[in-house]
Write a protein of this length. Structure first.
Length: 377
């Protein structure tokens, strides 16, 4: 029985491994999960059948804490002697690969879910790029979750082309199409929500993501505020607020005071609320892979994204949605207007989106990883 260690920085990221752990357990692997000690992670391990390796790890750079975390991981690897280590997300990817290299883990894999340096400047940008180069040197394989990430990383000589892989059409863990599909039950419930929330008779735009600068929430607010003054429309916002990452400290007050914006916070029943949307919009600055765009597509919702790495591989432009130029509020407005005014185009994008989502079945990703795990080096 091969020992496989998977690692992510924050417990909330275990959703990126949902179903995947159970798949490898069923294939005869002895699977371990490393992340922050948290009830979410512990319950995940119980549900998926893996063993939990709790860590004291912080997302931000902290030399003392990071060194302590590295020692923890080295300890785990020296004791367990895993056959394969697959780590992802910035901090865990870096510390996990270093620890695996130091303890001579036979097969070291880094899953690149994004290029964090792209939205940084100066010394921090330089440092983050250097971290990726170190990872690229120490890892045996680098699984990029989109072609855009692979092309960008190889173009900057961060990862050797001989080591990089993209599975299928990309994505971190594929899409659970049993969860994201238009069932009669979910359609019926969405009608009730639209009625109770005062959405009937209005064109509904929807946003799912953390409310911070990088997700484009500032641009979206200003564009929608302008749009709603001309057209009868509503905007649903789903996700946690990150006050520390908002340049406009008054933005949340503006959102809460806006008569046509409905902020619902973090929700676990995303498919239900996506069914209430006429168009999904996320003017994000960067994504490793825009999984949420595929989720919306699977629910038959036309999408509007940004022409940036990760999103370009998640949206089939002019097939199931539009891409806008980064931070271009006029472009965002025009794409919103086109979908608002053109019902036939919305229906076309809706039908095409359901077809597009079929390319991202979870089993495609899992089987691709299984092949990589069994490749000879």
């Amino acid at each position: 029985m091969k020992k496989l260690v998977l690692g992510v920085t924050a417990p909330g990221s275990v959703i990126l491994l949902e179903g995947q752990v159970d798949y490898f357990v069923s294939r005869g692997y002895d699977v371990f999960l490393m992340t922050q000690d948290d009830e979410v992670a512990r319950n995940f391990c119980i549900d998926e059948g893996c063993q939990f390796l709790p860590l004291k790890i912080k997302r931000d750079i902290s030399l003392f804490n990071d060194f302590y975390t590295l020692l923890q991981i080295v300890n785990y690897f020296a004791s367990l002697k895993p056959d394969i280590v697959n780590v992802g997300t910035s901090k865990m990817g870096f510390l996990g690969i270093i620890a695996a290299y130091l303890t001579r883990v036979p097969y070291r894999i880094y899953t690149s879910r994004g290029l964090r340096f792209e939205t940084e400047k100066g010394f921090k940008r330089f440092t983050l790029k250097l971290v990726l180069k170190i990872i690229g040197f120490m890892a045996h394989k680098v699984v990029c979750i989109s072609e855009a990430i692979r092309e960008r990383a190889e173009g900057l000589n961060l990862f050797p082309s001989s080591k990089t892989r993209v599975i299928g059409y990309g994505s971190s863990n594929g899409i659970n199409l049993h969860k994201f599909h238009l069932s009669k039950e979910i359609v019926s419930k969405s009608r009730i929500i639209r009625d109770e929330s005062g959405l009937n008779g209005a064109f509904v735009f929807g946003f799912v993501g953390r409310l911070n600068n990088r997700k484009g929430i500032n641009e979206l607010y200003h564009v929608f505020d302008r749009f709603s003054k001309r057209y009868r429309s509503k905007l649903i916002l789903l996700g946690k607020i990150e006050h520390a990452n908002l340049s406009d400290s008054s933005l949340i007050d503006k959102i809460n005071a806006h008569p046509d914006i409905l902020y619902l916070g973090f929700r676990s029943d995303i498919p239900l609320y996506m069914t209430c949307m006429d168009t999904f919009i996320l003017p994000t600055w960067s994504e490793g892979f825009g999984t949420v765009f595929i989720q919306a597509a699977a629910m038959g919702v036309p999408v509007i994204g940004t022409r940036v790495s990760g999103v370009q591989n998640a949206v089939s432009e002019n097939f199931n949605g539009f891409l806008t130029e980064l931070k271009n509020q006029d472009d965002i407005y025009q794409k919103m207007e086109r979908l608002y005014l053109d019902k036939e185009l919305r229906q076309k994008f809706s039908q095409n989106g359901i077809l597009w989502a079929q390319n991202f079945r979870q089993k495609v990703i899992w089987e691709g990883l299984f092949k990589i795990y069994n490749e000879s080096r």
